[in-house]
Design a protein around this ligand. Structure first.
Ligand code: M6R
Length: 365
């Protein structure tokens, strides 16, 4: 049932090109430069009335929402925010009927996310689900939304659900954007980039053996930092979450600019810093932060754009991801980090598919 793979996690990482193909299939409209997401059940007029997108979720789904925040603001010109679902539920959020609340959940059963859906329904918001499991409670209670079609995810560590969540959020943002300032040409350009995601991820997954070699050099450390800026900030958080949950290494994800405000005090000779320095806005600043880490003796593993020798020169070790649209690049970058975590955990002999203390879906508060 693991299809020849040693663990479900590795199988699901390798399934991502197909999972993305399924998440994207039939949903891009190259004529209108938009996307077709019929489950949203919205007319262009409904979408035009949305003044804010509020995403709710937990864990990896929360991180996908953080990428979504950038996508909605940059592509759709609409104010967007993401809230941890439990926080949303208990803070008495300010919600109006022009808010679109998107509940992001692979399982569709996470207790806090479900409670957030009920709260948003109470407040009269326009509520949608972004779920993988068809017919799950959140999918049913939202009544509208978009399924990921990523296929069953067995491993506790979420991989293909995350990349498909981000892909669907990008398509939602394109759709919303087309009702606003986003032009047809821009829409078509982005739709083409989204369409190429399966290949981009395929290329990244093919580096699994090389990443395993890099991972070996980091498997004995007990602490690690992940840094990134802009679109890569949420990916840094996700990379750290993945590493800690399956390898039990204490990993922290930070905005690269935050390091100087405290965490840099923890760097010692050989402390690993995973720097997300692909060639998008903010790269130079991140490289500056890499220098600061190196000056404290940190060992730097850089994730850089294929062929970017300038960035590679700052790093002790390098993982490359293919060049593509900056928002789209979050996906292959996340895949590279999934493989890194997997191989580190494997070198450490961890129980990868069933990490201690964790359940696949958290149905209690
Ligand atoms: O099923 P959900 O997407 O609602 O689950 C949310 C989190 O429990 C989940 O993403 C968790 O953080 C994963 N173990 C991360 O790999």
């Amino acid at each position: 049932e693991k299809g020849g793979f040693e663990h479900f996690m590795l199988k699901e990482i390798h399934e991502q090109p197909d999972a993305l193909r399924n998440a994207i299939r039939g949903r891009l409209d190259f004529n209108l430069g938009s996307s077709v997401l019929s489950g949203m059940g919205t007319s262009a007029r409904d979408l035009a009335e949305i003044s804010r997108v509020v995403m709710v979720g937990c864990g990896t789904s929360l991180h996908a929402g953080l990428v979504g925040e950038y996508a909605f603001e940059d592509l759709a010109d609409v104010h967007a925010e993401v809230q941890q679902a439990a926080e949303f539920r208990y803070r008495n959020p300010l919600i109006t009927r022009s808010d679109l609340v998107v509940a992001i959940s692979q399982s569709g059963e996470t207790a806090d996310t479900l409670a957030a859906v009920r709260e948003a329904n109470q407040k009269g918001a326009f509520v949608m689900g972004l779920c993988n499991v068809v017919g799950s409670t959140i999918a049913r209670e939202t009544g509208r939304g978009v399924y990921l079609h990523a296929g069953p995810e067995i491993s506790v560590a979420s991989t293909k659900a995350f990349t498909c969540q981000v892909a669907v959020l990008l398509m939602m943002a394109v759709k919303l954007g087309r009702g606003r300032r986003f032009s047809r040409d821009e829409g078509i350009r982005l739709a083409r980039e989204i369409e190429s995601l399966p290949e981009l991820v395929e290329k990244t997954v093919r580096q699994s053996d090389k990443i395993a070699g890099v991972a070996q050099r980091y498997a004995q450390n007990e602490h690690a930092f992940f840094i990134g800026r802009g679109y890569l900030y949420p990916v840094a958080l996700e990379g750290a979450l993945k590493l800690k949950e399956i390898s039990y290494i204490h990993a922290e994800g930070y905005h690269a600019a935050e390091l100087k405000h405290g965490p840099i005090a923890l760097l010692e000779e050989g402390t690993p810093v995973v720097a997300l320095a692909i060639d998008i806005a903010g790269k130079d600043k991140t490289l500056g932060n890499v220098e600061e880490c190196r000056a404290r003796g940190a060992r730097i593993l850089g994730v850089v754009t294929e062929g970017d020798e300038e960035a590679a020169a700052f790093m002790d070790d390098v993982i490359e991801v293919p060049r593509c649209h900056p928002l789209v690049a979050t996906i292959p970058t996340a895949v590279a980090l999934q493989l890194l975590s997997y191989h580190i955990a494997r070198h450490r002999g961890c129980d990868i598919d069933q990490p201690r203390n964790l359940a696949k879906s958290v149905t209690v508060e």
